[in-house]
Design a protein around this ligand. Structure first.
Ligand SMILES: [Fe+2]
Length: 369
């Protein structure tokens, strides 16, 4: 699907697969945040559906039902901020290669599962911890899945649907969205360092790429449509972290529980267009968006990239209208300062940011115009 986006001319699409990446990451392991209050963080994550794996006075490790030893790390600190991500690589040699290339070293990992780790920084200084050789945990027992009757499928007779009002079981960390002021530099770094493959590239009307849904390269083995989405933004930050649950009922049950606990809803329930997930977004006590999702697309490495216009209508197939505060474009003093600095040093990027802001400001649905 091209959506009429030009593939030649100024600013035309240029984001293609990395020729030969340094290594191929095979899993997204965890997201790492700093929070001033570990107890409040844990309460939210438990209500969201995660389970405590380990903890100390300084760190909290939370897991899902899948064997990853942990999928969320919280370190106690003065600020509430995103610190980085954990990825895994399939070979010990991969760690050695990364350590050599980036002047780092292979060290023992300090979280549940142990193993070895190399600590890197992406071009925006986001910490990327690359792990190998950790011991997977025993999967947690999954609750019985809800059986669905359908016109041509009778699976429930003389029985009812009465799932308990409780947090849905999160299986794994599925993806996260990284915003960066230098989109093409960041996207290329993840492609060339870890072999990420663009699944769908988001462009401005003139063909300039400003976002890319990227998946892991696991060869013939199907993997999630996106594990990271790198997108142009005014600053380096994480937009949201997304966690998989089993089905639509689990997404909706998550909404019931989080409503009951009086957390702040961000957007949903709906179905995305690119990636196709059924989604629901919630904010933690510090405003950070966390997504429950189910039923996402799976691609193997052969699936070619799609190119699309970056706008609101491309974010969802069905669901409530996208709330204006979902995409945070407020001009805080810090942002104003960054934009002014950029205006002096890189006018082209300021123009791109303005074009992106205008593209995302257009109503996503015809009844909103
Ligand atoms: Fe998402």
């Amino acid at each position: 699907m091209s959506n009429g986006i030009p593939k030649s001319g100024p600013g035309s699409i240029e984001l293609k697969r990395g020729v030969s990446p340094l290594v191929k990451a095979d899993r997204l392991l965890y997201a790492h945040f700093e929070r001033p209050d570990l107890e409040t963080a844990e309460r939210y994550l438990v209500d969201f559906g995660l389970v405590r794996a380990a903890g100390s006075d300084s760190d909290l490790f939370m897991r899902g039902t899948a064997p990853a030893p942990y999928i969320y790390r919280v370190t106690r600190g003065r600020e509430a901020r995103f610190l980085g991500i954990g990825l895994s690589v399939p070979k010990a040699d991969d760690l050695e290669m990364l350590a050599r290339k980036f002047g780092s070293r292979v060290e023992p990992a300090d979280g549940p599962g142990d193993g070895s780790v190399v600590h890197l920084r992406d071009p925006e200084n986001v910490a990327v911890h690359v792990h190998h050789g950790f011991t997977p945990s025993e999967p947690l027992p999954a609750r019985p899945q809800i059986l669905h009757n359908a016109p041509d499928q009778t699976v429930r007779v003389n029985d009812t649907q009465r799932p308990k009002l409780e947090p849905p079981q999160v299986t794994k960390l599925g993806h996260l969205v990284l915003e960066t002021p230098n989109f093409s530099r960041s996207a290329r770094w993840y492609m060339e360092t870890f072999g990420f493959i663009p699944s769908d590239v988001m462009c401005l009307a003139d063909g300039t790429p400003v976002g890319s849904f990227m998946r892991l390269d696991r060869g013939d083995e199907p993997t999630d449509h996106h594990t990271i989405f790198v997108a142009m933004g005014m600053e380096s930050k994480v937009d949201h972290v997304a966690f998989e649950v089993v089905d639509l009922d689990a997404v909706e049950m998550g909404q019931q529980v989080l409503l009951a606990k009086r957390y702040r809803h961000a957007w949903g329930v709906g179905r995305h267009l690119l990636g196709s997930q059924i989604f629901d977004y919630w904010r933690d006590p510090w405003g950070q968006k966390h997504e429950h999702y189910a039923d996402g697309d799976l691609f193997d490495a052969a699936q070619p990239a799609g190119y699309h216009l970056m706008d609101r209508s491309g974010l969802y197939q069905w669901g409530p209208d996208l709330p204006d505060d979902f995409i945070d474009t407020r001009m805080t003093p810090g942002r104003l300062w960054r934009v002014l600095k950029l205006a002096l040093s890189d006018k082209t990027r300021v123009k791109l940011l303005v074009a992106l802001k205008n593209s995302m400001a257009r109503p996503g649905r015809q009844w909103q115009r």
